[in-house]
Design a protein around this ligand. Structure first.
Ligand code: ATP
Ligand code: MG
Length: 403
């Protein structure tokens, strides 16, 4: 197969590959960018592989950076763009089911492609558009199949993360996993426990944000891979329920993990422990926690001003997208209009500050001041008190009398 017109993202890299070829080495685009080119999908980055050793690449280009020299990667800087170029290599060892004990640089493209995970990821593309397909990746791309390169059982045994990659590609591309490959996952699923949670997390998030998350989740349930994921060992019923949901339009990590938390029946509080197990950042965990009360409110059709206020605009959108997966969503514009009508969007918009109250002799510094401000904030959001200094002061005086 020859691709006549490469997508624009390849254009500026072509002279780099030409220079390597002109020096007598081979150079190819490899991996996801070739797959996505043939599928006509968006290409987010390009990987280049070569028969030249890192030192040889470095002698060919003026400006290079040793970004990952121990595994053969050198970055070439060309007209302000950096291209990661990796020497063909084979891997051996894998005594720990995750990292090869030994990486060997080789001159053969075939050897390099052979170590790659799936046939659709083992294609190479020359700068002139010629596609090298040694493992029938093109047929699998056409048939929408994810198939391990070589013996699935052995490949998953070498690197257990590949099992998570298989289910994430099933979702991301909406492809089927070939029967032998699926068997290989079922037979090796427990090896996933050897893999760092952070790496499983990356694949899980991509799965949830893919074209067809149920496809990935079904495979996880079928093969029992889910049992070796953080916090999911007893989640068969919840995950199976989730596979039946059809309205997935998730677009960010908060929505992805929020959906999983809701599927497991977690609330804002209990989701924290679960998301911590997945080693997500505190910022992401807080963002999920913030929108979960709104998901419940949307489900219950009782979205209060206070819920919207606490959630913020992005939180409202996230919550409604999560709710949509379960068929609970409301018209988003209705929610946003409601949000827009809030008297204030955050505490900084309050017409008075703690300092004002102290100056007016109404309050003294201390815990009571904080409590009063919280009370004012809530009263203003709920439109019980108008957001004007004199109205707020009046309300505070009245409250003091009542207390
Ligand atoms: P994405 O679009 O998500 O980046 P990708 O296929 O480019 O998908 P990467 O993780 O960027 O995935 O990896 C680049 C390439 O490296 C893959 O296409 C595959 O050929 C190879 N690869 C990555 N991880 C593995 C692995 N664990 N085992 C074998 N080959 C792998
Ligand atoms: Mg990639």
């Amino acid at each position: 197969m020859v691709i006549k017109q490469l997508p624009a993202i390849f254009e500026p890299a072509r002279p780099v590959l030409q220079r390597i070829e002109n020096a007598g080495y081979q150079a190819y685009f490899v991996g996801g960018c070739v797959r996505d080119t043939i599928l006509g999908d968006h290409i987010h980055d390009i990987d280049i592989a070569t028969s030249a050793y890192p030192s040889e690449i470095k002698s060919l280009f003026k400006r290079t950076v040793d970004t990952g020299i121990q595994h053969g990667t050198v970055m070439v800087l060309d007209h302000g763009t950096g291209y990661e170029i990796t020497t063909f290599r084979t891997e051996s060892g894998y005594q720990d089911f995750r990292r090869p004990d030994k990486v060997t640089f080789v001159r053969s493209l075939a050897d390099d492609l052979k170590r790659r995970d799936f046939t659709i990821n083992a294609l190479a593309l020359r700068e002139n558009g010629e596609v090298i397909d040694l493992f029938n990746g093109l047929t699998d791309l056409k048939k929408h199949v994810i198939r391990a390169v070589g013996k699935a059982d052995q490949r998953f045994h070498e690197d257990a993360l590949r099992m998570m990659r298989a289910v994430r590609f099933a979702s991301k591309l909406d492809f089927d996993i070939d029967a032998m490959t699926l068997h290989g996952i079922a037979d090796n699923a427990q090896l996933l426990s050897k893999i760092a949670v952070e790496r499983i997390q990356v694949e899980m998030e991509k799965l949830l944000l893919g074209q067809n998350p149920p496809a990935g989740l079904v495979a996880m349930v079928q093969t029992e891979l889910y049992r070796y994921c953080p916090g999911l060992s007893n989640a068969k019923t919840a995950l199976t329920q989730l596979t039946l949901m059809r309205n997935w339009q998730l677009s960010n990590a908060t929505q992805a993990w929020g959906t999983l938390a809701v599927a497991l029946g977690l609330n804002s509080h209990s989701s924290r422990t679960f998301l911590k197990q997945w080693k997500l950042s505190n910022q992401l965990i807080e963002s999920v926690q913030t929108c979960l009360p709104a998901v419940s409110a949307i489900k219950a059709r009782s979205v209060s001003a206070e819920i919207l206020y606490r959630c913020g605009r992005d939180g409202v959108i996230n919550a409604n997208q999560i709710a949509a997966v379960f068929g609970w969503d409301l018209p988003v514009q209705e929610l946003l209009d409601h949000y827009q009508q809030l008297p204030i969007k955050n505490s900084k918009e309050l017409a008075i500050t703690g300092g004002d109250l102290i100056k007016k002799g109404l309050m003294t510094p201390g815990p009571d001041l904080g409590k009063t401000l919280k009370w004012v904030e809530k009263a203003v959001v709920n439109q019980q008190v108008e957001n004007r200094p004199e109205k707020i002061i009046m309300a505070i005086r009245q409250r003091k009398e009542e207390l």
